[in-house]
Design a protein around this ligand. Structure first.
Ligand code: PMV
Length: 328
């Protein structure tokens, strides 16, 4: 089963575009129970289910139209076509071309401050799939669009939706049951402070990092059970609006994911000294009675979860934080 087979199963034979151009927006997302490890690398099928919260109005807007040659503009700048960013995008578009000589122009903009280190492939591939759906007039269900976005980047399957989102790992070999769905619970008081430690591109990308961890880390064996337990608890914490449970499980889930990476060979350590300083600061504040918890992805930047009523304190202790309101 290839990515192309998946696409054909979902959209059938390519038709002609419904309009001169397609447009869409998709939010960025942060996982509270992380996706780490692929059971199928070609199809981005995950070892475990994951659960995220989308970042409201922060994300990617993408326009797509037919062109004489493939071109991608990122934040109003033309990306050279041999850059890894463009290459990955054009290979993804190969899955949708009605003929080999069919080319696209993509204009994509992130409204996430680059300094926040949040601009990711998740909102990018989700917005691209939604823009393709708009352009070709596929009229697909969100579930099907989530599968298509997953083929671009695993976490993009979750960026099709706002609010809390669960990506079901699925069981099927063809991955047609591995898609994300929205959890119908709002949490208007939830806040995320993004603490940027470094904006440098990470040395080891998520796919390579996951594959290395799955293949070489002795600790990875315990990860699927931990993720399964954590996702249940996070679902329950969301249903009960139990903030300290949500925060505690999200923090320990992120640390467990990093433990599996650190035990890989060669080890994967995405943290910088400032990252660890921020962990300690969060722990100290929490010991002193401020309910703050962190989560962290495959990079050095830290995201602090808190509730609106503690915003003044969080701003005071983390003056450089970018504060995100997921349920705005
Ligand atoms: O979707 P990818 O390949 O960028 O991987 C995302 C991996 C993490 O951000 C570390 C976890 C997650 O679930 O988003």
């Amino acid at each position: 089963m290839t990515r192309k087979d998946s696409v054909e199963k979902i959209i059938g034979a390519s038709k002609s575009p419904k309009k001169p151009s397609g447009r869409a927006f998709a939010p960025s997302n942060i996982a509270l129970c992380k996706y780490w490890g692929k059971r199928n690398v070609e199809l981005n099928l995950p070892v475990n289910s994951s659960l995220s919260v989308s970042l409201g109005r922060l994300g990617t807007e993408t326009f797509i139209s037919q062109a004489d040659q493939d071109q991608v503009w990122l934040n109003d700048e033309l990306v050279t076509s041999d850059a890894p960013f463009a290459q990955r995008l054009f290979r993804f578009l190969d899955l949708f071309r009605p003929a080999d000589d069919y080319k696209f122009t993509i204009r994509t903009k992130n409204n996430i401050p680059t300094a926040a280190g949040l601009a990711s492939s998740a909102s990018g591939y989700a917005a691209l799939v939604l823009a393709l759906n708009d352009f070709w007039g596929w009229d697909l269900e969100l579930r099907e669009l989530s599968i298509l976005a997953r083929l671009g980047s695993g976490s993009a399957s979750r960026s099709l939706f706002h609010g809390f989102v669960e990506w079901h790992r699925g069981e099927a070999v063809d991955g047609l049951d591995s898609y994300a769905e929205q959890i119908d619970v709002q949490w208007p008081d939830l806040r995320i402070a993004v603490l940027s430690v470094s904006q440098e591109k990470k040395a080891v990308g998520s796919t390579e990092g996951m594959n290395r961890t799955v293949e070489t880390s002795a600790l990875y064996k315990s990860w699927p059970q931990q993720a399964e337990r954590d996702i249940k608890e996070i679902r329950q914490a969301i249903a009960d609006q139990d903030f300290s449970k949500l925060g505690a499980v999200a923090e320990s889930n992120a640390l467990a994911m990093h433990a599996t990476m650190i035990a890989a060979d060669p080890p994967l350590l995405y943290w910088l000294p400032e990252t660890v300083e921020l962990f300690r600061k969060v722990w100290t504040l929490r010991n002193d009675g401020l309910p703050v918890y962190f989560t962290i992805d495959a990079g050095p930047n830290v995201k602090v979860l808190f509730e609106e009523k503690h915003e003044t304190s969080v701003r005071e202790y983390f003056p450089d934080a970018k504060i995100v309101i997921p349920f705005e």
